[in-house]
Design a binder for this molecule. Sequence first.
Ligand code: MN3
Length: 205
Amino acid sequence: MENGMYPFINLPLSFEYNALEPFIDQKTMYLHHERHLQAYIDNLNKALEKCPKLQSLTLKQLVCGCRKPLSEAETAVKNNAGGVYNHRFFFGGLSPEKSEPSGELLKAVERQFGSFNSFKEEFKKEAMSVFGSGYAWLVKDGKCLKIIKTANQDSLVAVSVKPILTVDVWEHAYYLKHYNLRADYINDWFNVVNWNQAENNFNTL
Ligand code: MN3
């Protein structure tokens, strides 16, 4: 991932804001990337101004918040770094090009969940059950695939699992188009998942 260190900038998406229509609308994509992610980036940079010692750490190291207990400024760094990391991961997992899992990832999905369709059902159920704001993730844990949930901008970086794919289920990710219907949003999101990126994540260490 480029721009992994302070000062952070908002990297452009690899597609236009309207490219995921009709599944995710242009206004949602614009606000999500240009306002929400930008705010995490600005707040991360501001928090890092107060913590010069952390300025040489990578985004992943900042997300870990490894030094405990954290001061107020360090907590702001950790939370906002989580917001940047999670959003970059989420946006990187989207594509206007229709794709499906293939190769080793498809084999692993079938081994773990029985079929791609059963995986989708299971993933949707988990994403629906995220209470409040957070994310559902497909992760690799050793040789197994698992679906896990995180709250707010907590991250998986400090956990020993490898993220493959995530869906942002904060209301800002879907409210303008899908209102309160998170299930409809998740169904639509499945149409714009970048399975090629997911497969790269699965195959790289
Ligand atoms: Mn979001």
